[in-house]
Design a protein around this ligand. Structure first.
Ligand code: AMP
Ligand code: ZN
Length: 492
């Protein structure tokens, strides 16, 4: 089934048959987080989408080297090389060293990835760990004639590059249009051209995160880290490069230009971009202030949330929209996902104890083919989910005695449900099996009942005390219109 995988390539704007450059090893590079603050649910959507893609490639039997970087240096506030260094600014604000900021948010990011059951990448390189490689690359781009130095900062010469290579190819734009949409250079600008961008940036005297280079003390520009690290670990040309759609126009466009100018080769065969998670139609972002943190989502501790949602309910919610479509957050959709996921997980369990018959009333081989066809069509998880619900329906019908299944078909059905629900969609069972989980559930039901009685006697001080004491041991109580609900505080 491997040969039939088709991927939408942003570069060619068409669906293409997936033919890896090297059959033995697929190279997958995904732009990782900038670790100066917590990741929000929008960032998580992109990382969960690529986890799905990674998982499906593994199911198809490919050996994959999955590289996802950590941006821990060289990110200025403005997109056009202006503004303060984000790490230095945050370090001042939190009264920490920049590397303490990096450590704090890297650990937080890993916790969140684990909560969502994302597989770890094969390599997770950091920008600060690859300064030498970035300097070498900048030196090569200068000697190839595509970059110039002004006063300790090195800029990429976009207009010169565009004479030989189409700079705007990833977003299908002509250079003239791009220039027309960029602000004019002022007298203070060091750049030669409006679209030129920094490969290396001169450090201000007070800056801690800086390194020696042939151009003096400085730090790398944001885009060069991905070019340097992807070519180091995956080669000058590799199979798949991914990230959110917001990275196409600048970050990935510049990555292509840098790598091409350095290595005389196009760096990537298939460019893949995930669409945005939105809230009421507005893109979730750190700057828009509409970003839920995963912890807030799990506890329900946010004004826009009616209640807390488990990581797997959220993951399932994301699986029900194709990665190239926008996904709008809503409580209703999450609550539907919660129920849908519980139904699917229950069916997988029910399948364990089904009785078999001589013949089957449903065509399980066709169901299996449908699941592969869905994922082979540019990783269409929502269609896959609809087929898995058909699998759940068959399981429940056999269990109710309305349908029959043969022994061989049951083996196949159990395998396909397991492979696609757990290994590909990356869901894991949240149905508690252990006696201590069951005991905790029972105890909490008793406590919530007692608290209800206390509240009905209007002893609010006692009910608040009970809630606060539970909070101290990481159990969150939330009062909803349907009564109180409890959850374990995420991340503790
Ligand atoms: P950042 O830490 O801001 O560099 O973002 C990390 C990743 O999250 C990048 O691949 C972004 O494209 C992606 N991203 C940012 N905002 C969203 C969003 N609202 N929905 C989906 N992906 C996003
Ligand atoms: Zn990148």
């Amino acid at each position: 089934m491997q040969n039939q995988l088709v991927i939408y390539n942003t570069l060619t704007r068409t669906k293409e048959k997936f033919e890896p450059l090297n059959k033995g090893l697929v190279g997958l590079y995904v732009c990782g987080p900038t670790v100066y603050s917590d990741v929000h649910l929008g960032n998580c959507r992109t990382f969960i989408s690529f986890d799905l893609i990674y998982r499906y490639l593994l199911l198809l039997g490919f050996k994959v080297r999955y590289v996802r970087n950590i941006t821990d240096a060289g990110h200025l506030e403005g997109d056009r090389d202006e503004g303060e260094d984000k790490f230095a600014k945050k370090a001042k604000l939190e009264q920490l060293e920049p590397m303490e900021i990096v450590q704090k948010y890297t650990l937080g990011f890993h916790d969140v990835m684990r909560e969502f059951n994302n597989l770890p990448p094969s390599i997770e390189p950091t920008a600060t760990g690859h300064i030498c490689e970035q300097i070498e690359m900048v030196k090569k781009i200068i000697s190839n004639g595509y970059a110039y130095e002004v006063n300790g900062t090195v800029y990429f010469d976009v207009e010169k590059y565009n004479k030989e290579f189409p700079y705007g190819q990833l977003t299908n734009r002509q250079l003239e249009d791009l220039i027309a949409n960029t602000r004019e250079l002022s007298g203070q600008d060091e750049k030669h051209g409006r679209l030129d961008f920094a490969l290396w940036i001169k450090a201000k005297p007070e800056q801690i995160m800086r390194w020696p280079s042939p151009w003096g003390w400085g730090f790398p520009g944001w885009h060069i880290e991905c070019s340097a690290m992807s070519s180091k670990y995956l080669g000058d040309t590799f199979d798949i490069h991914g990230g959110g759609m917001d990275l196409q126009a600048t970050h990935h466009t510049n990555e292509i230009a840098q790598s091409q100018a350095c290595n005389h080769k196009a760096p990537v065969k298939y460019w893949m971009h995930t669409n945005m998670l939105t809230v009421n139609g507005v893109r979730m972002s750190k700057t828009a202030g509409n970003g839920f943190l995963p912890g807030e989502l799990f506890t329900g501790n946010h004004p826009l949330l009616e209640k807390g949602y488990s990581p797997m309910a959220v993951r399932f919610f994301m699986m029900q929209t194709h990665y190239r479509s926008t996904l709008d957050f809503s409580n209703d959709a999450l609550q539907a996902s919660e129920k849908g996921y519980a139904r699917l997980a229950a069916a997988v369990k029910t399948a364990e104890n089904l009785k078999t018959s001589a013949t089957s009333t449903s065509n399980i081989q066709e169901l299996e083919k449908n699941c592969f066809d869905a994922m082979n069509d540019d990783f269409n998880a929502p269609i896959l989910v609809s087929h898995l619900f058909e699998g759940a329906r068959i399981i429940n019908s056999v269990n109710d005695g309305k349908e029959t299944i043969s022994e061989a078909d049951l083996v196949l059905l159990k395998k396909l449900m397991h492979d696609f629900v757990f290994d590909v969609l990356g869901l894991k069972s949240e149905i508690s099996n252990t006696s201590s989980d069951n005991a905790l559930q029972g105890v909490m039901e008793i406590i919530l009942e007692i608290r209800k009685e206390i509240k009905s006697k209007k002893d609010f001080a006692a009910s608040d005390k009970l809630r606060d004491n539970l909070n101290k041991i990481n159990i969150t109580i939330k009062d909803t219109k349907d009564g109180a609900v409890w959850s374990l505080t995420a991340g503790e």
